[in-house]
Design a protein around this ligand. Sequence first.
Ligand code: DCP
Ligand code: CA
Ligand code: CA
Length: 414
Amino acid sequence: MYQTVLLPLKYKNSHFHICYSTSWNNFLFQELINEIVLNENISLNEIGKKIIFHIDFDYFYAQCEEIRKPELRNIPSVVCVYSGREEDSGVVSTCNYEARKYGVKAAMPIRLAKSKLKDIEAIFLPTDMPYYHEISRNAMRIIENYGELFEQVSVDECYVDFTKITNSDFDDAKIFANSLQKNIKDQINMTCSIGVGPNKLISKIASGINKPNGITVVSRQDAKNFISNCKIEDIPGVGPKTAKKLKSLGIDSISDISNKSIFELRDALGYKTATFLVNASNAIDYSQIKARGTSKQIGKIVTLKKDIADFQQINLAAASLCTSVYENLRNKGQAFRILTIILILENLQHVSFSKSLKLYSASFDELHKNSLFIIKEMINNNSISLDNIRRMGVVVSDLKDISGQDSLVNYFEN
Ligand code: DCP
Ligand code: CA
Ligand code: CA
């Protein structure tokens, strides 16, 4: 059995799709087009190594309320959007898992929710958006500090590329997911669910599997089997309309879709949806993490030699990381203001520390000097022993374009 998939490609600034068959020798195919740049300078080989986390906070608005009113924790609580027309007119925005036990859910009329919780001690609250956004900002900052490509997609969810930190290893990814979840709980007392997968599609579905406070890891090898066991409606973006259309074509499951070709589905669904669905049903998703605004960053993480035991070795590794980050900055014509050092210890504990410079800089010396300063501080303050450091990363963020020859020379040559 073989399958055709469509690959979106950007080559010499033109966008096009390659249609290729999975019966082709995959390795040869990857080698062949390795030089072709795919959306934003990502090569196919890099995509084949990705580890993406999707993080979704549990019963978000209701959990925000629990943070400031701990007495809500063990009773059903329902956050509502009151329309104001009559008392109790409006809908449920969300509710905690206690209330869900009684069948209360988002978008339900408040009156119906109240009838489900009749004779039960329960609390109904109005939404407080500025407060939820403040909690969201604090939560996202913790995640962003892990220092890899980060994309917030809504008030309570985001994607993070963990490929570098985990060295593309799904076992390590599981440990990182645990540490991230614990870190968020310790710092802001909030639970989240994390999906770990080889792409955004798989990690997004995975984060919803073990809610609340769950972690679901789907490795690259397991992804096809994982998606085959999902329902068509589990694919993000597939609504009841598409599901109905597919049913009318005799397609009831994701396996049914994966046995079709794009060309068979194109007429009924349109080329774009057909491509997306056939790829998705094969656990393929080439969409990239889109870092926005100030969250754009440049970084590099390396695994240190096992016998690294003195500061001289750390110094050498830092110099090499800074050189790579500096060259990247220079190629992009950008200056940075925030510098983050990430240390990953033997037990995969993640320690990071950031420093914000007074002025933007693109100087290698400043990057290197400050990196060493931060590393020394981290080792002194966190009692990290030198032979305990497994990976080290240098990440610069809060980037600014510095166009114009004069400013470029000033920025880079000082
Ligand atoms: N939301 C809303 N109306 C909806 C759905 C959601 O106002 N119909 C708001 C309230 C939620 C927030 O968006 O707290 C995030 O939505 P989610 O779908 O992620 O749901 P929750 O976070 O509430 O619950 P879960 O634990 O299932 O993620
Ligand atoms: Ca949520
Ligand atoms: Ca969500």
